[in-house]
Write a protein that binds this ligand. Structure first.
Ligand SMILES: [Zn+2]
Length: 146
């Protein structure tokens, strides 16, 4: 059964991105309850892996003291890169809802051009992916903060 995208949850991902002046924000939620938010911190942490989705997964797994995040949905302003998609697969999240595609992000910065749907083909447990949700709002983040 597909996951019905929730405007409030994507808005929370957009808000945390704006707060940190980055195009990249992420939220992990169960149902309509937000458990963690995170924004890209690659520059502030001098960590090329500090993507919003990865930080959100680490934060929630640490908080819950478990590696299996089944039942959670990852909202992210931009399509997960292959690193973050792998992390989401390892974490066994149920679903991913994203705003802008890797193609759209590529208009603003270099990307590893491997789509999340492609990565999903190799997943042990399929992640339900919905793209293009609140795409205009997420695209504005790329325009403002790239
Ligand atoms: Zn990433």
């Amino acid at each position: 059964m597909p996951i019905k995208p929730d405007l409030k949850l994507m808005q929370a991902a957009i808000d945390v991105a704006v707060l940190n002046k980055t195009p990249f924000g992420a939220v992990l939620a169960m149902g309509d309850e937000i458990f963690v938010t995170a924004a890209n911190q690659t520059k502030s942490l001098s960590d090329p892996t500090a993507h919003a989705e990865l930080l959100a997964i680490r934060k929630l797994a640490g908080h819950l003291q478990k590696t299996d995040l089944s039942g959670f949905t990852l909202y992210t302003t931009c399509e997960p890169c292959p690193m973050c998609m792998s992390a989401a697969i390892w974490a066994k999240v149920d679903g991913i809802i994203y705003g802008c595609s890797i193609g759209a992000i590529s208009e603003f910065m270099d990307q590893i051009n491997v789509r999340s749907e492609y990565m999903n083909k190799f997943a042990l447990k399929q992640v339900k992916i919905t793209g293009g949700f609140m795409e205009n709002e997420c695209y504005n983040l790329l325009r403002w903060y790239s």
